[in-house]
Design a protein around this ligand. Structure first.
Ligand SMILES: [Zn+2]
Ligand SMILES: [Zn+2]
Length: 473
């Protein structure tokens, strides 16, 4: 029998003293040693162990820190799941919407001068996504005011918890993806708080539509961040999914975690088996041990990214990481610098992006990987080493390899299709066959003729927009 469990009081007092000294001694050891050599060895539950320490008046700060991290990790997981669930909407317009929105839908259809299905679908989607914003606000007990109820031409759609919001959506039908989140007016681009919600239907007349709340963009969230965005600027007219972050982070302070100080050995032990997220979300000062831990995971070539992560942690703005990460990758690509492939996993283990952000970032990695295969369309001996890379802003950007002999000759290596909205990435066989065009083509079965057709950039004289109008329709 263990002496401290002995009922004999004399022996018990004596063994209490021994036990106390033993525990005191344990509590000072590095966390890994405590857990391996004492707690796990005796199959003691971590919470029970901490209780025993405190019953002897011993504060085991290392174990306390570890349990705190575990509770934060669990909260982050729950939050991530609930953000995902509350962002998904399946809508039947005649049934799901509120009475007000049904009325606005009917009025908007009556007001509509264009008698075509596409315009009607756009109306259906913008009313539906406004309703989703309304529904989300009510489900989260936030004040909601519908400006469209007063005027359908109101520049802002609604006010949620005191914030004026413009709801933006995309139109996707089957494999076609429309151009999203375009804002014309410069001042509006700067001042407007936007909520982006995707809209898609399998077929144009489908009763059900699927929607995903990508999140919110508010340029004031960037004011305190001491970092530059070189390509994906906050006043861009065309925003991609990486600009938007969860509504929950924006509206609820409960999505922030208290500032903690962790011992070096606690950080080291945690990072052996768990991912960085819980520490990144709660550490009060990320410099020092944590910074070193990051450096052990991220190669020297990417220390610039560590600066980004540390700044976002210290400003409690980790949700902006997908935006800064995408911008960082574009800069690396444009400068033709190396990108380590495991970088993505490390960054995603600090902040988990949504699936749309992941696709956007994955595609940038694909672009990086094909760079060595790129050849100038006009001079096959000319590789990417000899050429500059030109970036053109867009919700999906365009990258072109510029000929070193004639800068007017540009080979497109990354872009989107004006026909289907899909991302196109270089492969030598997809380069346009028209002698003067360096565009990227893709094939698509024509809806009416059922024939495969080739599409190049909109301005291409052989496979562009006009060419398709005159020759093919
Ligand atoms: Zn060339
Ligand atoms: Zn072409």
């Amino acid at each position: 029998m263990f002496p401290w469990k002995d009922k004999n009081s004399h022996k018990k007092n004596e063994s209490n003293l021994t036990r106390g000294l033993f525990l005191k001694n344990e509590s000072l050891k590095p966390l890994g040693d405590q857990i391996h050599n004492y707690i796990e060895l005796n199959s003691i539950d971590l919470h029970k162990a901490l209780e025993e320490f405190s019953s002897y008046g011993i504060s085991n700060s290392k174990l306390t820190q570890f349990l705190h991290l575990k509770s934060i990790e669990a909260k982050i997981e729950t939050n991530t799941e609930s953000i995902f669930e509350s962002s998904q909407y399946y809508v039947v317009i005649d049934e799901s919407l509120s009475e007000n929105k049904k009325k606005q839908y009917k009025e908007a259809l009556d007001r509509n001068e264009f008698d075509n299905w596409y315009e009607k679908l756009k109306i259906r989607f913008y009313i539906t996504t406004e309703w989703i914003m309304e529904d989300w606000a009510y489900k989260n007990n936030l004040d909601y005011e519908d400006y469209n109820e007063i005027s359908p031409f109101s520049p802002q759609d609604c006010k949620v918890d005191g914030v004026d919001i413009d709801v933006k959506t995309t139109v996707s039908i089957g494999s076609y993806h429309g151009l999203p989140y375009f804002t014309r007016n410069n001042q509006v681009v700067k001042d407007e708080v936007q909520v982006a919600i995707t809209s898609s239907v399998p077929k144009s007349d489908d009763k059900y539509s699927h929607h995903f709340i990508l999140g919110i963009f508010d340029s004031s969230n960037y004011e305190l961040i001491n970092l530059d965005l070189n390509f994906l600027s906050i006043d861009s007219h065309l925003k991609n999914p990486c600009y938007f972050h969860p509504l929950q982070d924006y509206f609820f302070s409960s999505y922030q975690y208290e500032n903690m100080d962790y011992d070096k050995d606690v950080i080291e032990y945690w990072l052996q088996s768990k991912n960085i997220t819980a520490i990144a979300y709660s550490i009060s000062n990320p410099l020092g041990y944590f910074e070193n831990a990051l450096k052990s995971k991220i190669g020297e070539a990417h220390y610039g990214l560590i600066t980004i992560v540390l700044e976002l942690i210290s400003k409690k703005s980790l949700y902006l990481l997908p935006h800064y990460f995408a911008d960082y990758l574009i800069q690396k690509i444009q400068k033709k610098e190396n990108i380590e492939i495991n970088l993505k996993d490390t960054i995603f283990s600090i902040y988990k992006p949504n699936e749309h952000q992941e696709v956007y970032i994955d595609n940038l990695f694909k672009l990086f990987e094909i760079l060595p295969k790129v050849r100038c369309k006009w001079h096959p001996e000319e590789g990417i080493r000899d050429m500059e890379i030109k970036f053109i802003d867009g919700h999906i950007p365009t990258f072109q390899a510029v000929c070193s002999q004639d800068p007017e000759k540009q080979t497109t290596i990354y872009t989107y299709s004006w026909k289907t909205g899909q991302t196109l990435i270089y492969s030598s066989e997809f380069i346009c066959s028209s002698p003067e065009c360096g565009g990227l083509t893709h094939k698509r079965k024509d809806y009416e003729s059922k024939q495969m057709k080739i599409y190049c950039k909109a301005s291409c004289n052989k496979f562009g927009r006009e060419a398709h109008k005159s020759k093919f329709s």
